[in-house]
Design a protein around this ligand. Structure first.
Ligand code: AMP
Length: 467
């Protein structure tokens, strides 16, 4: 273990060492005769490789998300990672952190202003309108999973390239759907073995009902202006509700005394929120009403929610969140379609699973191993491997390994039920040795009979292991 650690250190050192980079730079000058930027052997800041060792966690997350999508009636949608920039800027809102500080925007070669998606909802709403999904039976439930990009300060749980599972429901404003999407997120977390999560809910009303509330907020924040940093002072005019998103201590103290959206809802929004809470009570799903929860994106209306876990030090981590966006399609230039969505941060789910030592995905175990010895046998075994695979039997091989002993050692390490051996003699005769690893018996059969013979052995090994 200690050895492994020191090796890991070495590898990291090697990839980040400035010395190595300089050395590479020098080499490049010598070879090409001109100075070129060295190739840096690591991803750009805030992005990372997800290596095979970590994949069982990711596979488990993907599997649970996909199963929930099927169980709750969501159809899969995949939208591009790059979109026109104003698809994000207008609905999410200039002045928000996501747009002002974190958007990866650039000009394409054809001079279009484009951006890497910082979230999924706007792209999916664009696709909903573009493909005329409003004629489909309501509600239209769409599920997506993939990468998103935000230029954030990189640290554990915060990456510039991260992954999200997204669920969007279009076409209904009934709060039962708000409750169902929250309940679905609870079920996903439970299925991933993530316990002790907290659900925070709030209602921020409609754009119309916020007008009066914003007046009150502006007047309150103006009276406390001296306690706010310039960034938040600027928001008083543009979107005072966003000040609630601040993580700054002083600012949070000011926010604690501010008028709350929940006390200034229009009648319908109040009724909507009341019904949502009743549904959650009915589900026995514990929740906290958090009047300062606003979520930083402009397009949210009425219900907003966030899901947190807390670690050993009591530090809160947002695993996901969502809310209603009944006016988003209107902002995009179409008719208003009531809708609600949920986004789960997959990177954070994996971190949480590791912390809690939750169950990971078990890779399917090969039941058969194909060993070969000699050049002719090697050639024949390539085709035999393809035939076994085609028959739907998971088979392993070790074509690169020369000695039969090494191959058999590998086969027993894999714990297969059947080992097939093709040597020089078998290759010439068109036969295969079939060794039943459970009973220890072996026999030579004609090559064409190999599939039924494997099946027979596997059947008997199931019987033996069931005894
Ligand atoms: P948001 O819509 O910003 O609340 O994002 C939904 C979820 O995505 C969050 O609760 C996080 O779990 C995850 N998330 C957001 N930004 C990042 C990031 N920079 N790195 C990793 N996960 C993120």
């Amino acid at each position: 273990m200690a050895k492994k650690k020191s090796m890991q250190k070495k590898v990291t050192k090697k990839t980040v060492s400035k010395k190595t980079v300089k050395k590479q730079a020098k080499k490049i000058v010598k070879l090409s005769g001109k100075v070129e930027e060295p190739i840096i052997l690591q991803p750009v800041r805030g992005m990372r490789d997800i290596l095979p060792g970590e994949q069982p966690y990711w596979q488990q997350v993907r599997k649970v998300l996909e199963n929930s999508a099927i169980e709750y009636g969501f159809s899969r949608i995949d939208t591009p990672v790059v979109e026109y920039e104003n698809l994000f800027t207008r609905p999410i809102g200039e002045g928000s952190d996501v747009i002002d500080k974190e958007l990866y925007s650039f000009k394409s070669r054809s001079r279009d202003n484009v951006a890497l998606r910082p979230e999924f909802t706007t792209s999916i709403a664009r696709a909903y309108i573009q493909h005329g999904m409003n004629i489909l039976p309501k509600p239209v439930k769409l599920f997506s999973m993939g990468r998103a990009y935000r230029y954030e300060k990189p640290q554990e749980g915060n990456y510039r390239e991260f992954r999200q599972g997204n669920f969007e429901i279009f076409g209904e404003d009934d709060p039962i759907l708000d409750a169902q999407i929250i309940q679905m997120s609870a079920s996903i977390l439970k299925n991933l073995g993530i316990k002790n999560v907290q659900f925070h809910v709030n209602s921020i009303g409609t754009v119309e009902s916020r007008k009066e509330y914003f007046k009150l907020l502006r007047s309150y924040f103006n009276s406390k202006k001296h306690k706010l940093s310039s960034r938040y002072r600027d928001l008083i005019k543009t979107n005072p509700m966003r000040i609630f998103d601040s993580k700054d201590d002083k600012c949070m103290q000011v926010c604690a005394g501010a008028p709350q959206a929940i006390d200034h809802l229009d009648k319908e929004s109040r009724e909507h929120f009341k019904n949502l809470l009743e549904y959650l009570d009915e589900l026995d799903l514990p929740y906290t009403i958090n009047p300062t929860l606003v979520r930083g994106l402009d397009y949210y209306t009425r219900t907003v929610f966030e899901i947190y876990s807390s670690d050993e030090d009591g530090k809160k981590h947002a695993l996901g969140g969502g809310g209603r966006y009944d006016q988003l399609t209107e902002t995009l230039g179409s008719e208003a379609v009531p809708a609600i969505g949920l986004g789960l941060g997959m990177d954070r789910l994996v971190l949480e699973m590791k912390r809690l030592k939750a169950k990971k995905y078990q890779m399917p175990r090969p039941k058969v191993f194909l060993a070969q010895l000699g050049n002719l046998a090697k050639k024949k075994s390539l085709k035999t491997f393809a035939e076994i695979e085609k028959a739907g039997i998971l088979v392993a091989e070790s074509f690169g390994r020369g000695s039969l002993k090494a191959q058999l050692r590998y086969a027993s390490k894999l714990g297969v039920d059947v080992t097939l051996i093709i040597g020089q003699k078998e290759a010439l005769e068109g036969t295969i040795i079939v060794k039943n690893m459970i009973t220890g018996t072996q026999e030579t059969i004609i090559k064409d009979k190999v599939i039924p013979e494997i099946k027979k052995c596997l059947k008997s090994s199931v019987k033996v292991s069931n005894k």
